[in-house]
Design a protein around this ligand. Sequence first.
Ligand code: ADP
Ligand code: MG
Length: 415
Amino acid sequence: MQTSRTHRGKRPGREGRPFHHGRRGQPSRAPFRARGQGGQRGRKRFLSERIDVSRYINKAVITEAVEHFVPEHRFADFAIDARLKAAIAKKGYTEPTPIQDRTISHILRREDVVGIANTGTGKTAAFLVPLIDKILKHKDERVLVMVPTRELAQQIEGELRGFAAGLSVHGVVCVGGVGIGAQMAGLRRRPHFVIGTPGRLKDLLERKALSLADFRTAVLDEADRMLDMGFVHDMRKILSLLPSPRHTLFFAATFSREIEKLVGEFLRTPVRVSVKTQETAASIEQDVVRIPPGKQKLDVLYDLLIQPAFNKVLVFGRTKWGVEKLAKALVAKGIRAESIHGNKTQGRRQRALDLFKRDHVQVLVATDVAARGLDIVGVSHVINFDLPASHEDYIHRVGRTGRAGKRGTALTFID
Ligand code: ADP
Ligand code: MG
């Protein structure tokens, strides 16, 4: 195995640019819009030719050298309920992250916000904290949170519980793959937060189990992914059912021209906050692993996984079938591995994720369903066993490590 250690460093050309221009001038971007074209082999060859290998390499900035961010606010300074401040302190947050620092006061003033920040930098609390406060001040306020994946919806509801414990602020998760009955019952209790994926939300709306007439706030987290998944019509439909004026927030680590269009359509002169200084978080060390001719990727992976440093590893594969097969092959070799992909029942997806989160397995093999938003503490390595389909997918995959100020490593296998 050879690893290339070329130091690409930061991409100076991208720094300081307004984020809505973020994708321009990236020639490798355009071809990937055409998803699902060509056979698998053809597509893969096409991709490896188009994504410049140097984009998979980045030395993590050594912690000491990271410029220390000095927030303008402390949580104590925000005009939020004292009980909420206590909950934040209890969670161990001492000061706001940059995205929290720069968006919370705008959200408290009910301004529409587009917030762009690197993976793992606290976007969830950036919207949950001011919105919980809103509900504490106006008990009849209701908030719709739309996200691309079921697991992300569950996670946000978990965070909500963490902040709102004992404050009588409740949320219901509305996602597919699980029975709709309990969600319908949950909605009848008029939860303050409805957190869901577009498909199930639409289903619940059609069954009249959900009415959005009294939801004056909408959050779209990882909205660009929802567009990629073909949810644009559902998102439009759902947003159009909320009364106006509506308070709308967009949060993501990557932004696209399509999202810009939606922003133009659905937000009122939003405050734009981008605290992203480079494509991927500086805390993620990135490198490629070249597969020597005649060697199997599985064997190279195995050789890595038996090293002690690889203690909590998220391995990304391209297809559901390939992911399942890889997880089984690892288990057969004695590695504790689980898999998560769209061919599994929701119960088994959630169970696999929980086993990985709680360190009962060393490895989680996943499709891109696990690439977005998931906050798994202490992922030591992300390995791209198969190349991602686009550079955005790459950014989100590797963003599962190096979160909340920790360091992480991402390795991409290159034939
Ligand atoms: P993002 O949505 O930007 O990818 P998350 O909202 O999932 O990031 O947060 C990443 C991690 O950082 C979570 O574990 C969260 O609890 C933690 N975190 C968020 N805000 C703070 C803060 N102000 N101080 C310390 N940790 C934080
Ligand atoms: Mg997030």
